[in-house]
Design a protein around this ligand. Sequence first.
Ligand SMILES: Nc1ncnc2c1ncn2[C@@H]1O[C@H](COP(=O)(O)OP(=O)(O)OP(=O)(O)O)[C@@H](O)[C@H]1O
Ligand SMILES: [Mg+2]
Length: 218
Amino acid sequence: MNERLYQLENLTQIYGNRTALDVDRLDIEIRTITGLIGPNGSGKSTLMRILAFLETPATGRVTFQGRPFSKVPLDLRRQVTMLSQEPYLLKRSVQANVSYGLKLRGISDTVHPVNRALLKVGLDPTRFSHRSWRELSGGEAQRVALAARLVLKPKVLLLDEPTASVDRESSELILHAALDARNRWGTTLIIISHQLTWLRQIADRILSMDYGRLTQVH
Ligand SMILES: Nc1ncnc2c1ncn2[C@@H]1O[C@H](COP(=O)(O)OP(=O)(O)OP(=O)(O)O)[C@@H](O)[C@H]1O
Ligand SMILES: [Mg+2]
C-alpha cells in the first residue's frame, strides 16, 4: 500500500493582495511521480517552493510524513531537494558544486559519488569535474545542478522545468535519471514541465494548475 508523503489542505499563498495559490486538497504518495503543468504565473513554482520548505504558506495545512509543516525537523527537510527554474551554481568547479551537499551532510569521500552522478546526467567526469562553473553551457550547468541533487539520493526530488534549456538527448537523460532515482532509492518526484509529451512518459499522474488552482489531467 502506498504511504502518504505530503498532505495539503486549504492551502493558500498570498503575495501583497494577490492570491498566487489556492489548493483545496493535494495528497502525494511516496515513490510516485507527479507532473505539474500550467500557464506562466499560475502558481506552479510557488507550490513547489512550499513543498521544498523554502516558503511558508499564508494559510492552510501541510503535513510531511505525518508532521505539521512547522514541526518538520531539519534532517527530514534535508531529504527534500529542489532544482529550481534558474539553477544556481557556486562560483567554483563542477566537482565542488556536486560534492557540496554531501560535505554539508558530513560525507568526505565524495569523488566516486560525484563521478557517478555526473555520468547519470551524461557528463563525462574526466572532462567536466575540474571545469569551472564559468566554462559550462546553459544546458551543462542545468545538468550539473541536477547531478548535485541526485548525488544526495534524495527521498523527494522537486524539479522545476528541468528540461527548459537542454536538448532532446539531455531530456532523455534527465527522464532516465529521474526514473532511476525512483527505482533505486524510492525517490518521490514532482516535476514541472511545459513539455507534456515528455511528462507523460515519466509521470504517474499529471496535475494542471490555473490561477493557483489544481485540476487533475490524468
Ligand atoms: N516572491 C514573490 N513575490 C510576489 N509575487 C510573486 C512571488 N513569486 C511569485 N509571485 C507571483 O505569483 C504568481 C505565481 O507565480 P509562480 O512563479 O508560482 O508561477 P509559475 O506557474 O511557476 O510560472 P512560470 O511558468 O512562469 O514559471 C505570479 O503571478 C507571480 O507574479
Ligand atoms: Mg515557475
